[in-house]
Design a protein around this ligand. Structure first.
Ligand code: GDP
Ligand code: MG
Length: 174
C-alpha cells in the first residue's frame, strides 16, 4: 500500500497534538504534554477500490529545527496549519511556515492540499481571531479553512475529510 503523508504545523500550545490524538484515538486531555515528533498511521481508501496508509506527523512546532521543518515539508503530501483562535500571535507564527512551504514545494504548491485551522472554537469568550480574518487569510494563501475544537470533538473528522478532498491526484477518503 502506498503512503499518504500529512504534516501538522503550528506554534506550541495551539492544540496540534490534541487534534491528532482526537482524530486517531478519539481522546482528549487537558494536560499539556510537550511532544516529541510522532507519527500515527491509519488505513484510508484510495482511488475507490484500493487502500493507502494515511501517515500523520505531529511536529513539535517552534521547537523543531528549520532543517527538520524543511524535511517534513519536502516529504509531506499535505499539510495542516494550526493556530489557536484565542491567540493572534499563533496565527502570525504561521506566516513563516507558509512562506517556507511555498519555497520548498515551488511551482507545485498550487496542487498541495493545505488546511488552515483555527482551533479552540469552544473558547469563544477568549477569541482574538475572528472567523472573517481566518477566512480571508486562507483565500489569500489558497488553502482550505476550518475552525475546530479538539476538546469538544467539533469539526475534527471534517478537517481531515476536507484535507483529503483537496488532493486531486488520487481519490482519497476516510
Ligand atoms: P500543541 O503544543 O500544539 O501540541 O498543543 P496541545 O495539543 O498539547 O494542547 C495545548 C493545550 O491546549 C492543552 O492544555 C490542551 O488540553 C489544550 N487544548 C487543545 N485543544 C483544545 C481545544 O480545542 N479547546 C480547548 N479549550 N483547549 C484545547
Ligand atoms: Mg504537541
Amino acid at each position: 500500500t502506498s503512503d499518504y503523508r500529512v504534516a501538522v504545523f503550528g506554534a506550541g500550545g495551539v492544540g496540534k497534538s490534541s487534534i491528532v490524538q482526537r482524530f486517531v484515538k478519539g481522546t482528549f486531555s487537558d494536560n499539556y504534554v510537550p511532544t516529541i515528533e510522532d507519527t500515527y498511521r491509519q488505513v484510508i481508501s484510495c482511488n475507490q477500490k484500493n487502500v493507502c496508509t494515511l501517515q500523520i506527523t505531529d511536529t513539535t512546532g517552534s521547537h523543531q529545527f528549520p532543517a527538520m521543518q524543511r524535511l517534513s515539508m519536502s516529504k509531506g503530501h499535505a499539510f495542516v496549519l494550526i493556530y489557536s483562535l484565542t491567540s493572534m500571535q499563533s496565527l502570525e507564527e504561521l506566516g513563516p511556515i507558509i512562506m517556507m512551504l511555498k519555497e520548498v514545494k515551488g511551482s507545485a504548491i498550487g496542487e498541495v492540499p493545505i488546511m488552515l485551522v483555527g482551533n479552540k472554537k469552544d473558547e469563544d469568550s477568549k477569541r482574538e481571531v475572528s472567523t472573517a480574518v481566518g477566512t480571508k487569510l486562507s483565500s489569500q494563501w489558497g488553502t482550505g479553512f476550518i475552525e475546530t475544537s479538539a476538546k469538544n470533538n467539533d469539526n475534527i473528522t471534517e478537517l481531515f475529510q476536507q484535507l483529503l478532498s483537496r488532493e486531486k491526484k488520487r481519490q482519497l477518503a476516510l
